[in-house]
Design a protein around this ligand. Structure first.
Ligand code: CA
Length: 223
């Protein structure tokens, strides 16, 4: 999952990014509203964490403008004040949830999980497809009840494919949702990572049936 953080306080933005990266999310930062709006309209994010008070464009303006352009990426609005009017304004502008500063990182994570569980993407902490189970909370993968160790990016790719079960996902889509903006992704990075995933989740098992299907010239799919 790739998340955009729009926050003008650099220290807070960096802390959120660092924390979320440890949780296997890919994170981009924008330090003002206009930059945030530009990134949100050109890149394909799974979620936006949007501060309400921002230079250039306020969080409310960013939110309203995105919704007007039919961008329905889930938005978690950060607000410094706890007044009810603020919250209602934010929700009216099209935000999906809000969080009052200061907040604990655990609370932020809980909100992200709750938001991404909503129908649009129907995310769950645990996903199972046949004998393969992925647990996003503990970052564990099981097949035939055997625990498999995956690296961060391997985990993220498998998660993205499992959440989009039945759909063919292109390499570019994987790059867009698994790596952040500044990452150096070489053309064969996805293939190399995919080979490593297969070596771990397919080769060692008695049921040799492929878990991930390659759709030649396009991408991958899990059925
Ligand atoms: Ca701010």
């Amino acid at each position: 999952m790739r998340i955009l953080v729009v926050e003008d306080e650099h220290r807070i933005a960096q802390t959120i990014k660092k924390g979320l990266e440890q949780e296997r999310y890919a994170v981009d930062i924008a330090y003002d509203g206009a930059a945030g709006y530009d990134l949100a309209s050109t890149e394909d994010y799974d979620m936006i964490i949007l501060d309400r008070m921002l230079p250039e464009m306020t969080g409310m303006e960013v939110c309203t403008k995105l919704r007007k352009k039919d961008n329905h990426t889930p938005i978690l609005m950060l607000t410094a004040k706890s007044q009810t009017t603020d919250k209602i304004d934010g929700l009216d502008a099209g935000a999906d949830d809000y969080l009052t500063k200061p907040f604990s990182f655990e609370e932020l994570l809980a909100r992200i999980r709750a938001l991404s569980r909503r129908p649009k993407q129907s995310l769950n902490t645990k996903i199972s497809i046949k004998d393969l189970t992925l647990d996003r909370q503990s970052f564990q993968i099981f097949r035939e009840n055997i625990k498999i160790q995956l690296s961060g990016k391997e985990f993220s790719i498998l998660e993205y494919l499992m959440r989009n079960k039945g759909k063919v996902i292109s390499k570019q889509q994987l790059i867009d949702h698994v790596w952040d903006f500044e990452a150096d992704v070489l053309p064969n990075t996805v293939e190399v990572t995919m080979r490593n995933i297969r070596r771990k989740i397919e080769k060692p098992f008695s049921n040799k049936k492929l878990v991930i299907k390659t759709v030649r010239g396009f991408g991958y799919k899990i059925e």
